[in-house]
Design a protein around this ligand. Structure first.
Ligand SMILES: [Ca+2]
Ligand SMILES: [Ca+2]
Length: 364
């Protein structure tokens, strides 16, 4: 009962943030080996057919071919990773004394020192995540749990009719069976035409695994916010205080009336391809909007005004910090597409508006 009350409270507090305290954590149904086996068997069959067509047997063994493929994948990995942008660090003002959502712990404004680091110029895409899973056979938590949260406005009538329940405090969210990063709106959807869009339905744990594979890491909240601000001081957005300078959209957000009417004046009702909106002064794209981004830090709403160096957040916690808001954010209910804004989810949560980008240390 305590857990239920806590869950409802969290849902109310974070509004559009889906806090998915998994009540039924099922063990992995399989290791993915069956899929792999089938996939490889199909490939082998195809190769044999091609060779038959040439009228001769292969001069190479299957093992040799597999090894070649592995080498190629390894080369592709280096090519696939996002460009890293150097953040020179130094002192900056983190948070705000004029919080849009005070209960989120946006304040107080405090002086923070950061050592230099790198951060990826855009959110990790479906194409990048696909290569990661092809090479590592990583199974996301949404795939293992068998469901993930999807904004109901994106679901087909067929999927909607199969829903058992929605989230009481945020009825526009529904746990959809079979929704995962490859099928963002459930079993009858795909990412085929969205390979350059940010990957969705990745938990904090999945994001951490990708960054580690890439030889990188998740940014701390302070690093993320420094990057968001683009060298500007005490401004709302990565580009300044005006949401639409010269009438131009600078981020993929929600226009219209949430949750029933999305006019998509910015060109997108859902995610947009990365780098579609202007970069900030640091050359970073979609720091606010498009998808929320996981950070390394545990969640807390209590911050000291004391000057801190390279803060990493609380040592432990139940939720992780996410930053930047998403294509679902509108000022009327989720004014979180600001650099100081923040929200949280449990590390195993996943949803159709939550992704990430990696950071990296400078070589020692
Ligand atoms: Ca939009
Ligand atoms: Ca973003």
């Amino acid at each position: 009962m305590g857990l239920l009350v806590y869950s409802v409270w969290l849902l109310v507090c974070v509004s559009v943030s889906v806090v998915c305290v998994r009540c039924e954590v099922k063990p992995a149904q399989d290791c993915g080996c069956n899929t792999l086996h089938t996939h490889r068997a199909e490939e082998k069959e195809k190769e044999e057919e091609e060779e038959d067509g040439k009228g001769g047997a292969s001069a190479q063994s299957p093992a040799h071919k597999y090894s070649e493929r592995a080498n190629k994948e390894s080369l592709n990995k280096e090519d696939s990773l996002s460009k890293l942008v150097l953040m020179e660090g130094g002192w900056f003002l983190m948070g705000t004394d004029d919080p849009g959502i005070p209960q989120d712990g946006e304040g107080p404004q405090r002086r923070v020192w950061l050592d230099p680091y790198y951060i990826e110029e855009h959110e990790v895409t479906n194409l990048q995540f696909q290569l990661f899973t092809n090479i590592t056979h990583h199974l996301t938590e949404a795939e293992r749990f068998g469901d993930s949260f999807v904004f109901e406005g994106l679901l087909s009538e067929e999927v909607k009719s199969s829903l058992s329940h929605a989230v009481a405090a945020a009825p526009w969210w529904s746990p959809v069976k079979g929704a995962d990063w490859r099928r963002p709106e459930g079993p009858d959807s795909s990412i085929t035409r969205r390979m350059d869009h940010p990957v969705l339905h990745v938990s904090w744990t999945d994001a951490w695994a990708y960054c580690e594979w890439a030889g990188r890491r998740l940014p701390t909240e302070a690093e993320w916010e420094f990057a968001c601000r683009g060298g500007l001081q005490d401004r709302l957005y990565p580009w300044g205080n005006k949401l639409m300078p010269r009438g131009q959209h600078y981020a993929n957000l929600w226009q219209g009336e949430f949750p029933n009417h999305n006019t998509a004046e910015d060109g997108f009702t859902q995610t947009s391809p990365v780098k579609r909106f202007p970069a900030n002064t640091f050359g970073l794209y979609d720091m606010v909007g498009n998808v929320w981004e996981w950070t390394a830090d545990w969640w807390s709403v209590h911050h000291t005004r004391d000057h801190t160096h390279n803060p990493k957040g609380p040592k432990t916690g139940s939720d992780k910090v996410k930053k930047g808001g998403s294509y679902m954010c509108h000022k009327s209910y989720c004014y979180r597409y600001r650099c100081a804004a923040r929200s949280q989810n449990t590390p195993d949560s996943s949803a159709s508006n939550l992704g990430f980008r990696c950071a990296a240390d400078l070589a020692p």
